[in-house]
Structures are given as C-alpha cells and as structure tokens.
Design a binder for this molecule. Structure first.
Ligand SMILES: [Zn+2]
Length: 325
C-alpha cells in the first residue's frame, strides 16, 4: 500500500510525504480518528516509505514487499492482547528495540489502540519514547485520543484523520463491491465514513440483515410481551457481541431518524433506508414527532448502557418496550 493507494486524507499524506522528503520525520506520531478510516494503512505506507530501497515506497523492492507481507524484521506491530496492551508486550518490544535494525536504517514500531494501554505498561512505554534506543520511529494509533495517557500524548506529534467524505465512499463502494446505487447509499450512510465497517462483516448486517431486524422490530406490539422478550434475547444472545449490539442499535436509530425526517416532509434522498420506503411511510403514519424523539432518545440511552457494559438482555428489553409502545 503506497500513499497514493490510500483513499482520501490528502492533507495527512502531504504532511508525511514532506517530512520524509526533508528528512524531518517526528520521533513519534499519534494518528487519531474514527475506526476504519485508514490510520493503520497510512502507518504501514509510512513504514514502507521509510524502509524502501528506492526511498520512495516503490512497492516492488524487497523491503516494500516485506512490509506488505508483514514480515519485515524491523517493523514491529503491537496490538492489545485481549482487553489491553500489557506490560509484558511493552517489555518484549523494548527488548526488540534495544537491538540494532537488521535490514533498514531504523526500526518502525506501530502500536494500535494505544488508548488501551494501562498505567504501568504506559509508564514503561514512556521510558522508551523518552529515551529512544536507536532510531526507532513510533506510530501510535487510536480512535479515542482523549483516552490516551497524557504523558504519552505529549511525546507524540498528533495527526488527526477525519471520516471519509460520503461522496468518495459512495463512489468507491459502488465500484469496488459492484453495488447498485441504493445499496451503496445505505452502506455509505450506515458505515459512517469507515471503510472497515463497509467492507467487513458489517456489510451483510447493514444490507441484508438490517431488513430482517427492522421487520421484527416494527412487528412488535406492547400487548404481546413474549415475542418482544424473545427478540430482546436474540439481540443480546451469545452470538451477538457488544460491537454487534451497538451496530444493531445504530441500524434502529437510523430507521427512527428516517421516520423523523419523513414526518418533517424531507426528501427521500436525505433518508438512509431508501429501500424500505413503504415501511417508513406505514410506520411514520402511526407515530408523532414527540413519540419519535422519545424513541430516538431511548436508543441513545441504550447505546450508552451497552458501552458501559450493562446487562444487555435487560437493556434490550427496556428499549424494545419503549420502541413498541
Ligand atoms: Zn520499495
């Protein structure tokens, strides 16, 4: 992956290209921005440009190919081990960094989800960031820069990545996935500027499964509690992890947002679920604007509770009771 092959983020590419050219790369970068917008791809493109035998990130020399296959001996990638980055991982990294680079002039160390480093491991890493052993380049990645330890943040040059522009995503999804306009529109809107979401397992959830989910949701009635509790159980069941639950709630929220926009007489292009217009018309007919606002608020609330690790079955039951009323 070269800089040119990464979609969007032109300003960020320019910053890095210029620093490379002038040989003024920072010792450590903090790439922040929503998940799936290409931070890791950009870090790897930078590693490639640093290691490249042609000095360009050509893509065809031995060094470039090793980066692409993730087997360059001077490239170190650290990711959370389970819920956090552990102190053992930092010690292991420090040991690697104490050795001289074996093929390149310097080592490159990419640490993903740096916000998930604990205090002890963070302090250990800080030592390495403060006293660079050898010429290592650190690229730290995070979707939540405000959650990164301040001591670590202050050692890094920040580079923020924005969500990808809708137009760019829409055109790319249409071309890459050979989707029709309707599906590309829905996937673009629901994946919210994140290619990782649009191209990953969420694609099926956002396109096909969404229709089933909304069908079950809109069939619920406060008078028949059993189907409602069954649906809550399905949504919070074993196969559905917290990330999936959040995405299902996003789908519900997008639907209620559509209903609200429809009630306000906005045009179809502003809606997300444009393949479900008949359902939107029907359900919007039995809701009022205040009732829709209350339901959207209930959804917000449910998302916050799921994020806080509340009992998901209970959260879903309470939510569905509100949505069905
Ligand atoms: Zn190369």
């Amino acid at each position: 992956m070269t800089f040119a092959q990464i979609l969007g983020h032109e300003r960020q590419k320019e910053v890095l290209r210029r620093a490379l050219k002038q040989d003024r790369l920072a010792h450590a970068y903090l790439f922040s921005g929503p998940e799936g917008v290409g931070k890791r791809l950009m870090a790897l493109a930078l590693a490639r440009a640093v290691f490249c035998l042609e000095g360009t990130g050509c893509g065809s020399c031995v060094a470039c190919r090793k980066v692409d296959h993730m087997n360059h001996p001077d490239l170190h990638l650290v990711e959370p081990d389970g819920a956090s980055i552990k102190i053992d991982q930092v010690r292991h990294l420090q040991k690697d960094l104490s050795l001289r680079p074996s093929e390149a002039k310097r080592k490159v160390c990419v640490i993903d989800e740096i916000d998930k480093i604990g205090i002890a491991a963070g302090n250990a890493l800080l030592k390495t960031l403060e006293e660079p052993s050898g010429e290592a380049l650190f690229i730290l990645l995070t979707p939540r820069p405000e959650a990164v330890l301040q001591t670590i943040r202050s050692r890094c040059q920040p580079l923020a990545f924005a969500r990808l522009a809708r137009e760019l995503m829409f055109e790319t999804l249409k071309r890459q996935l050979e989707l029709d306009e309707t599906k590309a529109h829905i996937l673009t809107a629901l994946s919210d500027g994140s290619f990782k979401k649009a191209l990953g397992r969420d694609r099926e959830l956002f396109l096909e499964k969404r229709i089933e989910l909304l069908k079950s949701l809109t069939a619920l009635s406060p008078r028949s509690i059993i189907p409602l509790f069954d649906f809550a159980e399905t949504l919070s069941g074993k196969e559905s992890d917290r990330a999936t639950q959040q995405e299902i709630l996003e789908i519900f929220q997008a639907f209620y947002r559509d209903l609200l926009l429809f009630r306000h007489g906005r045009s179809e292009e502003e809606l997300i679920n444009i393949d479900l217009m008949e359902k939107i018309r029907r359900v919007a007919g039995r809701e009022s604007i205040p009732s829709l606002l209350t339901k959207i608020e209930a959804l917000e609330n449910a998302r916050r509770q799921i994020a806080r690790n509340a009992n998901s079955q209970l959260v879903m039951e309470t939510l569905l009771l509100r949505l069905a009323s």
